[in-house]
Design a protein around this ligand. Structure first.
Ligand code: HEM
Length: 395
């Protein structure tokens, strides 16, 4: 790990255990005295904390490029991922056509077809621990769901899910450990190149097979782009949703009134899910300054990195009343957990379905649960924040 932080305004580190444990008080402090913080760590970056600044940057694709979206520079990736991970790691025009190829997979109507599988999966997982009276709501449940759903969309066997989870954690949660990240990246690339070879020329209806047959402007999409899109679908589709689900289940384990209210009124769940997404937003992406620009009086220079702090924007008191309170029936909730502008999450319909179904099934089968006394809840940080272990007990 890195040295501990002395002043968050000029030396923040989003991997620091203090930031992972409680980023909220750090953002509140920064918003008051230095709304766009600066840090020399990992090659240097800026960290906005106000909704107005975060959304301004997200929408300004002229000055802020998505060609690099990680906090830790990943220059070494270009050898094995020559097209990067589009659309998230691309600017127009590549962004436009790669996003268009992915969007149909996550439309409302397509997502509805994944719901029965998701519901069955949730119940099978609960069957595995219901009788025991205890479970790890993060590791035994939240972590198991999105990776299997995205695996099904990709058309890969269910038994790959633990391997996928390991890759995703090494790439995101342990990004500061270059050796670990690169080893996982290489394994994932080798695996997906193999899967592409197996499916080439076939008529499969999974995402990989369909991308292999797709054409843009009369030309076949090259392997480099397909590899990038497939890898992104796994990374974006797994850790993000399992983190949001883990946080929601943790909240309900620690806030009895909210849990009882949702058990009594499951119809409120979609509104509560939006509030969980706002209050416990998992995702922070980066941008690279394309040409010099000023934001909130800060002179940003070409090549500087900026962290799109969607989670902090969602706690900005100028944007939300009682921003630090979780209000599960919040009426107006224009959160940016899924980002803003042209890169807004392509999988938000899928994420919302998974969250709603998984919480609904859990509360139906385990309406009364709480944290296990004396046990340790652990959180993962970095660019995707969420709990890794939430030990709970239920009568
Ligand atoms: C709670 C769960 C999720 C959250 C909070 C989330 C959040 C985000 C955010 C903040 C962005 C914008 C990144 C940026 O501006 O650079 C994004 C983009 C994206 N997300 Fe999600 N996401 C979630 C689930 C998913 C799922 C399930 C998928 C399905 C594969 C997915 C696929 C994508 C893709 C493809 C993009 C890139 C869109 C583009 O660049 O045009 N996400 N997501």
């Amino acid at each position: 790990m890195t040295d501990s932080v002395s002043d968050w305004a000029v030396d923040y580190d989003i991997f620091d255990p203090a930031y992972v444990a409680d980023p909220f008080s750090i953002w509140d402090d920064l918003r008051d005295r230095c709304p766009v913080a600066r840090s020399p760590r990992y090659g240097g970056s800026w960290l906005p904390t106000r909704m107005a600044d975060v959304t301004e940057i997200a929408r300004d694709i002229e000055h802020f490029s998505s060609r690099e979206i990680t906090v830790v520079p990943t220059d070494a990736d270009s050898d094995v991922l020559p097209a990067g991970s589009p659309p998230i790691q691309a600017d127009p025009p590549v962004h436009t056509w790669t996003r268009r190829l992915l969007l149909p997979w996550f439309s409302h109507s397509r997502v509805a077809t994944y719901e029965p599988y998701t519901r069955d999966l949730c119940n099978q997982l609960i069957d595995g621990f219901a009788a025991a009276g205890s479970a790890d709501a993060a590791a035994d449940y939240a972590q198991q769901i999105p990776v299997r759903v995205i695996g099904r969309i990709l058309g890969v066997p269910d038994d790959m899910s633990d391997t996928f989870t390991g890759w995703v954690r090494s790439i995101l949660e342990f990004a500061y450990d270059q050796e670990r990240r690169i080893a996982a990246r290489d394994e994932a690339v080798t695996y997906f190149l193999g899967e592409m070879e197996r499916r080439r020329g076939g008529d499969g209806d999974d995402l990989i097979s369909t991308l292999l047959r797709s054409e843009v402007d009369g030309e076949q999409v090259s392997d480099a782009f397909i590899l990038g899109m497939v890898g992104l679908a796994l990374i974006a589709g797994a850790d993000t949703t399992w983190s949001a689900l883990g946080s929601s289940l943790w909240h309900l384990a620690t806030h009895e009134d909210d849990r009882k209210r949702l058990v009594a009124d499951p119809g409120l769940l979609p509104v509560a899910v939006e509030e969980f997404l706002r209050a416990y937003s998992p995702v922070t992406m980066a941008r690279i300054v394309a040409t010099d620009v000023e934001v909130a009086g800060c002179p940003m220079h070409a090549g500087d990195r900026v962290l799109m702090n969607f989670p902090a924007a969602n706690r900005d008191p100028d944007a939300f009343e009682e921003a630090d309170r979780v209000i599960i029936d919040r009426a107006v909730n224009r959160h940016v957990a899924f980002g803003a502008g042209i890169h807004r999450c392509a999988g938000s319909n899928l994420a919302r379905m998974e969250l709603t179904v998984a919480i609904e099934e859990w509360l139906q089968r385990i309406p009364d649960y709480r944290l296990e006394e004396g046990s340790l809840v652990t959180w993962a940080g970095g660019q995707v924040r969420g709990p890794r272990s939430v030990p709970v007990v239920f009568p």
